[in-house]
Design a protein around this ligand. Structure first.
Ligand code: KIV
Ligand code: ZN
Length: 512
């Protein structure tokens, strides 16, 4: 069967979403899940951008098996060499070289003539091809470029060793028919052995539609990100692209995708937890209401025959009701065994800490589901990689007739720090006490509470986005008590800010 390659850029373009800052451990966790999901290519980062980006790409290239591991690079030799240094450990390394071809980018950003851009492409792609046979080239802002000039540039890229030509709709300007024509024109004009790829942004809400139009016109790679993460309004949502191709293979000429769709919901939840970006309830495929039927007529229809109102089987995308997996009497062995079956890999301190959290939770909640376990583990993985402070104890008092107060005791690994504070509510008091104890007094930009499952004993899942000293970080916390969950989320964000501050000067020096 004719296959469309799924190129996941959650860890590169997705990580460029405002407020997302994943550390190496978190990126590895996502990359491992992407491999389990069966994507064809993982774009693991932009190695020249920072030491942190380099380390993550290198770690992923060294450990993640299966997909091609790609590193992004501008055309300069320093960039290409750095990208190769990071991806070379993979059994299937790729260098992804880009330079813009639109008039506005060439004149205003690059300050280069058309001939200079052509020379850059020839040199950069040839340099990459000297390292690996798997080289991708992207004319940035392709959809606003002069088509003839771009085709000349693409031909130069192929002649110098590029095997994938990716056509970015960098600013989300394209519309499906027009983008499809562009893809068809490139396939008909540029000669050689290459695969055409789509890379569409969602500024007009058309990223998925444009990508699919590209597939219908001959593209055989789609660049996309889990939950549609990415610059500004984001990239095409991987889960939507995959399910559209799978469900409407008849329309797309019988093409297929390699993705194990049963892993989509879990991948979406993991990425949401680690990035702090929630998934809207009515989001296609992975939203919690994507398979919920509210109207009586619909419910009746579905009871008679699911296909009356469902075009996708919830089981096929891993959206089954969370099953009860563990309880109060489950021991350490059952705990780690269950995690392993769920594909979650925890070792050493992180495993011990997650088990402690599980036991605490089991005292408060009778039935612990797969979703609960994922939430605990995601918090431990996130915290485990960057923790400077941990909560030793938190005591909060409040009510309608008293001023809310909180006392927090934290451990920073060697000693304990404590502080007391009052606030306009118990959450505010708890966060203020943490701010006083750590000395990080940030501005809360976003605060969201959701429940992991239903029921009065459900875990509260809190995401806080914090800004301090010009830096932003998202933290996540879970607990059956939402004040505690909020404090955990706040502390998680503080820990990330401390780490980022300790890595002065500011890490990211360049960006696409
Ligand atoms: O949107 C874009 O143009 C990109 C390129 C670097 C591929 O992300
Ligand atoms: Zn992009």
């Amino acid at each position: 069967m004719d296959q469309v390659r799924i190129f996941d850029t959650t860890l590169r373009d997705g990580e460029q979403s405002p407020g997302i800052s994943l550390d190496v451990g978190e990126k590895l966790e996502i990359a491992e899940q992407l491999a389990r999901l069966g994507v064809d290519v993982i774009e693991a980062g932009f190695p020249i951008a920072s030491q942190g980006d380099f380390d993550a790409v290198e770690a992923i290239a060294k450990t993640v098996q299966g997909p091609v591991i790609a590193g992004l690079s501008r055309t300069g030799f320093k960039d290409v060499d750095r990208a190769w240094e990071a991806v070379r450990h993979s059994a299937r390394p790729r260098i992804h070289v880009f330079i813009a071809t639109s008039p506005i980018h060439m004149q205003k950003k690059l300050r280069m003539t058309e001939d200079q851009v052509k020379a850059e492409v020839a040199a950069g792609v040839a340099r990459a091809a000297g390292y690996t046979t798997d080289v991708e080239y992207s004319p940035e802002d392709g959809s606003r470029s002069d088509v003839d000039f771009m085709c000349d540039v693409l031909q130069i890229a192929v002649d110098n060793g590029a095997t994938t030509l990716n056509i970015p709709d960098t600013v989300g300007y394209g519309v499906p028919e027009e983008y499809a024509k562009l893809i068809a024109h490139i396939c008909a004009t540029v000669t050689g052995d290459y695969v055409v790829s789509t890379h569409c942004h969602d500024d007009l809400g058309l990223a998925v539609a444009n990508s699919l139009a590209g597939v219908a016109a001959g593209a055989r790679q789609v660049e996309c990100a889990i939950n549609g993460l990415g610059e500004r309004a984001g990239n095409a949502a991987l889960e939507e692209v995959v399910m559209a191709i799978r469900t409407r293979s008849d329309y797309f000429g019988g093409v297929g995708v390699n993705v194990k769709t049963e892993e989509l919901a879990r991948t979406s939840r993991l990425v949401s937890r680690l990035t702090g970006y929630s998934v809207q309830h009515n989001k296609a495929v992975v939203g919690r209401n994507a398979f919920a039927h509210e109207s009586g007529i619909h419910q009746h229809g579905v009871l008679e025959d699911r296909e009356t109102y469902e075009i996708i089987d919830a089981n096929a995308v891993g959206q089954t009701a969370a099953q009860i997996v563990l309880g109060k009497h489950s021991g350490r062995h059952a705990f780690s065994d269950t995690l392993e079956k769920m594909g979650l890999r925890l070792q050493g301190d992180a495993l011990n800490q997650a088990f402690v959290r599980f036991k605490e939770l089991a005292d408060r909640k009778v039935e612990i589901t797969e979703a609960d376990l994922e939430a605990i583990v995601a918090e431990e993985l996130g915290a485990g990689a960057v923790h400077r402070y941990e909560i030793v104890s938190l005591d909060v008092h409040g009510g309608t007739t008293t001023t809310p107060t909180a006392k927090v005791v934290l451990s920073d690994g060697t000693e304990r720090v404590e502080a007391e504070a009052s606030g306009n509510g118990m959450v505010d008091a708890a966060c203020s006490a943490i701010a006083a104890a750590t000395g990080i007094t940030g501005t809360v930009l976003d605060f969201r509470v959701a429940s992991v499952t239903g029921g009065r004993d459900a875990l509260g899942d809190v995401v806080i986005q914090l800004e301090a000293d010009g830096r932003k970080a998202s933290g996540r916390g879970v607990s059956t008590d939402i004040v505690e969950a909020s404090a955990r989320a706040y502390l998680n964000a503080v820990n990330k800010l401390v780490r980022s501050r300790d890595q002065e000067p500011r890490e990211r020096t360049v960006g696409p």
